[in-house]
Design a protein around this ligand. Sequence first.
Ligand code: PBG
Length: 330
Amino acid sequence: MTTYGSFPGTRPRRLRTTPVMRRMVAETRLHPADFILPAFVREGVREPVPIAAMPGVVQHTRDTLKKAAAEAVEAGISGIMLFGVPEEENKDALGTAGTDPDGILQVALRDVRAEVGDELLVMSDLCLDEFTDHGHCGVLDDQGRVDNDATLERYAEMAQVQADAGAHVVGPSGMMDGQIGVVRDALDQIGREDVAILAYTAKYASAFYGPFREAVGSSLKGDRKTYQQDGANVRESMRELALDLEEGADMVMVKPAGPYLDILAKVAEASDVPVAAYQISGEYSMIEAAAEKGWIERDRAILETLTGIKRAGASNILTYWATEVARTLR
Ligand code: PBG
């Protein structure tokens, strides 16, 4: 190619000239089917309760949750991941409400499943922290440490109860060793080979879970660093991935998303099952707060984070903006 003096002979800017040109050459496209909406349902409330640290997100009543699920179907997203918020008096050391067929999460699973049938994948957080009075993701031993194997027994029961209540997919999120194998066995034992497991494979002990604590009214003191991963580590996630696949995970997840895109990219490359990423509460609240102050353009910032997560290799994204974004994509 001829060049004139020091003018460039190659001009990548030609592919950025118009919106249609940019759209044509875009390597990453968001689609409503990419998204899963995490949603909170609170026991014993008549009106939805706003979550101050997550502007625009509420703790649903049973009724408004059904409405949110119907809107999710309308928007064309793929799933809804449910978190139960029990009444304070229903929390105990073992997280009994998490395995009570009449516990808030099971009630909500039945409600939502009745509302959406198979039009939306109904998913459940399979973890004890919402239901324990100490706020840990498992049960404690007599030294106050999270007891891995005793917790697995609770997860097995929880998986069965959630499947009975109508979950298409269960999401073990407690980072206990062996949790995927135990949950798979428990489901198979009751003839629920059809229920899929979305494994929280690489889940890091993150400051960005902050707003979630308010969202589920968690009573946790201290941290989760003896079971969630250290943000300094990469290899550890590849090991967790190998274990989860071996134990029968149908899908794997990386969480949080934004600060861990390198992990997501590596897991996506190595995984032979779909890889989800969870854009967590703090990632949501940061953008909402900055936008509220007029410091960033909210909608563009949201799409930029989601595009980044998909570009890094996510097959699906859990985000509190799922329904809203899917609507704008249609
Ligand atoms: C555990 C769980 C948590 C989140 C999802 N599942 C809390 C934690 O691990 O500390 C966090 C989600 C978010 O911050 O949006 N039940």
